[in-house]
Ligand binder design. Structure first.
Ligand code: HEC
Length: 467
């Protein structure tokens, strides 16, 4: 039996040579003392693999049609075998992947690992970062609930502001003029076929380059990179002090990756997947979307900047981000690697982390986000209990105006307070406002009947200091 197995393996090896390639890969010499900072790359890869596995499993039960997507997710969450766990793992896996990509990138930057000869690997890494975020964005829509749908509407509105090609971009995102079944199909295709295929390709190049140029040796203060002599120096380190990748360096990766998998599994088990919001409802335009946490800070940025700056910021911020990241290895591909001699590198990482952190805290807080818990206005505030004013006050709550507008202490603060709006605006002003919307205020034309509009205006007109 044992002999049979051995001769099978030998025959396989004689024909393919795969086992030797694998053994060579595992044992190839790497610089000594790479340490725990080097585990984040492989951990990102492991998080990606979790996404592939759980994603395929979810796709076997998910229906990507606008009529059934929500129900199929409901089914996966409550009835399918381990469906709840799988959805949870896919969610926490995505979070882990974004987090790990970020840390990996920070480490590579701070330790100057992107310098000669690894500049190109930094570039492929930047592409992978944006592909990861694109996966997060497209994945959210597949949830096909209120929140997901409106996140994408906001995204499309932003894309639409690009000069010249804006309309085309928005249409491309939505697969049409408005969000609907075609949008879902498009996002599904991107999320499960197109973007993952590109990610696989780039991971391939990324890993090939890691092997080709070798794992960077830990930076030593006072030993700058000089492209003319670097390869020789690296060869010398490898030949004189190199250790086999497995097990000397890779054991840390294995330990950390097991911990990552365990953490994702436990989080999914304990907290489960994000709750599904209500199914999308086109007449409840009022929903101001909050995307998953890793994109939330960006939405906060868009909400906090002054109106006039929105378009330039929407256009320039992402573009600047990409360009700056791509320029990093071009501008500084030699010189000191150790963070101790690169105060600007350290400072910029701290500033970026603090900026994102602040925006994130801001995003978690009122007042820019609507108050979905707003309670209906009591009679004492409305001031009467009959007639169009009362009906208008009811609509003010039901149509979601109150999510964004405060009246005498009730409601959110996303838009201006309407407590005394009757003193400020005429009947015509009010009608135009409601029908056409405004900056960050949805247009309600088509969502209200004539009677409803009349009641709402009557209610708002009644909001005067002197009645
Ligand atoms: C998603 C949040 C949001 C919702 C929902 C919303 N609004 Fe607004 N609204 C705003 C914002 C933001 C502004 C300020 C617009 C601007 O400055 O261009 C505004 C402005 C207004 C104004 C003008 C106020 C002024 O002082 O100039 C009126 C009136 C108004 N909204 C009424 C309504 C009514 C009625 C509804 C419900 C049918 C509603 N809004 C729903 C966010 C919202």
């Amino acid at each position: 039996m044992k002999n049979l197995l051995k001769s099978l393996i030998d025959a396989f090896e004689e024909r393919t040579g795969l086992l030797k390639i694998m053994a060579d890969l595992a044992e190839h010499p790497v610089p000594p003392d790479t340490g725990w900072w080097y585990v984040f790359g492989s951990a990102t890869l492991v998080a990606f693999i979790i996404q592939v596995v759980t994603g395929i499993a979810l796709a076997t039960a998910y229906v990507s049609s606008s009529g059934n997507a929500y129900d199929s997710l409901q089914f996966i969450t409550t009835e399918a075998l381990m469906g709840n766990l799988l959805r949870g793992m896919h969610y926490f896996g995505a979070s882990a992947m974004v987090l790990l990509v970020g840390i990996h990138m920070g480490q590579v930057f701070l330790m100057g690992c992107y310098k000669y000869p690894r500049e190109f690997n930094w570039v492929t890494g930047v592409v992978l970062l944006f592909l990861t975020l694109a996966m997060g964005f497209t994945g959210q829509l597949l949830r096909w609930d209120q929140n997901a749908v409106w996140s994408v509407v906001v995204g499309a509105e932003q894309a639409g502001r690009t000069p010249i090609i804006g309309d085309m971009l928005a249409r491309f995102l939505l697969a049409g003029k408005t969000i609907g079944g075609a949008t879902l199909s498009r996002f599904f295709a991107f999320h499960v076929f197109f973007i993952p295929a590109i990610i696989f390709g780039f991971i391939g190049i990324h890993l090939f380059l890691v092997l080709h140029d070798g794992i960077s040796e830990p930076p030593v203060a006072g030993e700058p990179v000089d492209p003319a002599t670097y390869r020789q120096k690296y060869e010398k380190i490898i030949n004189e002090r190199g250790v086999p990748f497995w097990p000397d360096a890779a054991w840390r990766d294995v330990v950390f990756c097991v911990a990552v998998v365990a953490a994702i599994f436990l989080l999914a088990l304990i907290f489960g997947p994000p709750k599904l919001d209500n199914p999308p409802n086109p007449s409840l335009l009022a929903r101001d979307p909050a995307p998953d946490w890793y994109l939330l800070w960006y939405f906060a940025l868009l909400a906090l900047i002054p109106h006039k700056l929105t378009t330039p910021v929407i256009l320039l911020a992402p573009l600047t981000g990409v360009i700056v990241l791509l320029l990093v290895p071009i501008v500084s591909n030699k010189g000191e690697r150790h963070p101790r001699y690169r105060p600007w590198a350290v400072a910029s990482v701290i500033i970026i982390v603090m900026m994102i952190g602040t925006l994130w805290v801001e995003a978690e807080r009122e007042p820019w986000s609507p108050d979905f818990e707003a309670r209906p206005l009591p009679i004492a505030v409305v001031g009467t209990n009959i007639g169009p004013v009362v009906d208008g006050a009811k609509l003010f709550h039901e149509k979601g105006c109150e999510f964004c507008h405060e009246v005498s202490g009730y409601g959110g603060h996303r838009g201006p307070s309407l407590t005394w709006v009757g003193d400020r605006l005429t009947r015509a002003d009010l009608t135009v406002r409601i029908m056409n919307g405004g900056y960050n205020m949805p247009a309600f034309a088509g969502l209200l009947t004539e009677d409803q509009l009349g009641d709402l205006v009557a209610f708002l007109e009644s909001r005067r200091k002197e009645r």
